[in-house]
Design a protein around this ligand. Structure first.
Ligand SMILES: Cc1cc2nc3c(=O)[nH]c(=O)nc-3n(C[C@H](O)[C@H](O)[C@H](O)COP(=O)(O)OP(=O)(O)OC[C@H]3O[C@@H](n4cnc5c(N)ncnc54)[C@H](O)[C@@H]3O)c2cc1C
Length: 433
């Protein structure tokens, strides 16, 4: 039974905040939904409507053999309002779920305004009251004063930009051109090393320095690259610069005791070794270019990318230190942090976090155990990722590397993804029906 007397504050009427508002309202909760709009907007927002898609109008693939397709299907099963709205305003885009962005936000806004349980209030928050039930969902461009308060209250730093190296599917590394070892034989052989001879390095280098970069927004230009140089920028400083940086070959020798010309290192992303990041390869290359260029590394010629490298303005918390898998703050149990700010990455992932946070908050108010989705579902796996201890937490999108690998070996990649998808949906149905 919901407690009608409790009003929930949601700060930020973006994708996560709007989904959370609908969810709470459906369960009979009164919601005060706050946003700076229409008077104060972030540099990426331009519409007066809520649930604005700030860039692409695509919610990515709807195909079930993709992680983003699976995520949306799970959300449909969970009764997600924003995916249902997206389905109703979709535009033809092959297998992708693309929407008419204006109709999408206009419909969200209309439904919010018509909802008797939801009061929309235009207000910029600089701080919040930790004694009131609150979901903070102010997004990757959270306005400065609130960002400062979050940083102070959570006490474990807040990141203001994302500089991440690509993550690849561990089963697609070509081990005939790679070996596991640590530099100078120290350690437990945790790294996978991808050596290159001079000719191979030349091919890789030329592809890298001539590759096309993603265009930065005006508001990102000054601060994004501070403290973390993209691999392509480092390469442009000189042909040998990388050989003294992330590709340095020292401490590794071939079977004849000779040093390799260059060595790219891969580091495990998870204990199963199903996902690896390319060490020191923070990059701002366009996604197709990352695939083309990094596949010039012989051991990565068939690499499947689970997540591409990104460098952009992105405000996010150090999730494993600040929240649990229910998006609840560890220090302030009445505060939940959802959306891109929580460390998920992407439109649909943000929507998912709003839904899960709202369900968890309701359970918290009603003094019930919080619902836990199985970790072989993509929603459950992404939530679990957020509380997995990490020295270098990076935001994450939905990808098959988060799921436990199949119990049996499935060679065909598409078959493997379809299998994981089906298993995930079955598991979710069992958990909720
Ligand atoms: C420039 C840019 C482009 C992106 N492009 C894509 C893309 O193409 N595809 C994709 O999947 N993901 C993209 N993302 C990432 C992410 O998925 C989106 O930013 C997504 O909208 C995040 O959802 P959210 O609910 O966390 O925040 P948002 O949707 O950004 O909503 C946050 C809301 O909070 C409000 N707000 C902020 N601060 C305050 C405050 N102090 N007080 C009150 N209100 C406040 C804002 O006005 C806004 O309405 C992009 C991000 C950026 C920054």
């Amino acid at each position: 039974m919901s407690d009608e007397r409790i009003k929930v504050n949601i700060i930020g009427a973006g994708l996560a905040g709007c989904e959370a508002a609908f969810r709470l309202s459906k369960r009979g909760y009164k919601v005060r939904l706050y946003d700076g709009k229409p008077y104060v907007k972030t540099p990426a927002h331009s519409s007066n409507d809520y649930g604005e898609l700030v860039c692409s109008n695509s919610l990515k693939s709807d195909a079930l053999n993709t992680a983003s397709g699976l995520l949306k299907e799970e959300l449909r099963l969970l009764g997600c309002e924003l995916i249902s709205i997206a389905d109703s305003v979709r535009v033809p885009a092959g297998s992708a779920l693309a929407v008419d962005r204006e109709k999408f936000s206009a419909l969200i806004t209309k439904k919010l305004e018509e909802d008797e349980n939801i009061e929309i209030i235009s207000k910029v928050f600089d701080d919040w009251d930790t004694d009131e039930y609150t979901i903070i969902a102010t997004g990757p461009l959270t306005l400065d004063a609130l960002a400062d308060s979050i940083a102070k209250k959570l006490g474990d730093g807040l990141h203001f930009y994302d500089a991440a190296a690509p993550i690849i599917d561990g089963s697609t590394i070509d081990y005939s051109c790679a070996f596991t070892a640590d530099r100078y034989g120290k350690g437990d052989g945790d790294y996978v090393n991808c050596p290159m001879n001079r000719d191979e390095y030349e091919i890789f280098y030329n592809a890298l320095v001539s590759a096309e970069c993603a265009v930065l927004h005006e508001f990102e230009k000054s601060d994004v690259f501070e403290g973390c140089m993209p691999v392509e920028v480092m390469a442009k400083r000189g042909k040998e610069t990388l050989l003294f940086g992330p590709l340095r070959p020292v401490g590794f020798f071939d079977e004849n005791g000779k040093r390799h010309y260059a060595v790219v290192q891969l580091r495990r992303e998870n204990t199963e070794g199903s996902a690896y990041n390319i060490v020191g390869f923070q990059t701002n290359l366009k996604f197709p270019e990352q695939q083309r260029v990094f596949r010039c590394i012989p051991a990565l010629k068939n690499a499947e990318f689970l997540r591409y490298g990104v460098m952009h303005r992105n405000t996010f918390i150090n999730a494993p230190k600040c929240i649990n898998k229910h998006f609840q703050c560890l220090n302030y149990p009445k505060t939940f942090i959802a959306g891109q700010l929580s460390g998920v990455e992407g439109y649909v992932e943000s929507i998912m976090s709003g839904l899960i946070a709202a369900d968890a908050l309701i359970a918290c108010v009603e003094n019930r155990p919080m619902p836990v989705l199985p970790t072989d579902t993509i929603c459950g796996a992404l939530c679990a990722y957020l509380e997995t201890p990490s020295d270098d937490f990076q935001p994450m999108n939905a990808n098959f590397g988060l799921l436990p690998p199949p119990e049996k070996r499935i060679k065909d990649k598409s078959e493997k993804k379809t299998y994981l998808s089906q298993k995930s949906l079955e598991s979710l149905k069992k958990a909720i029906f």
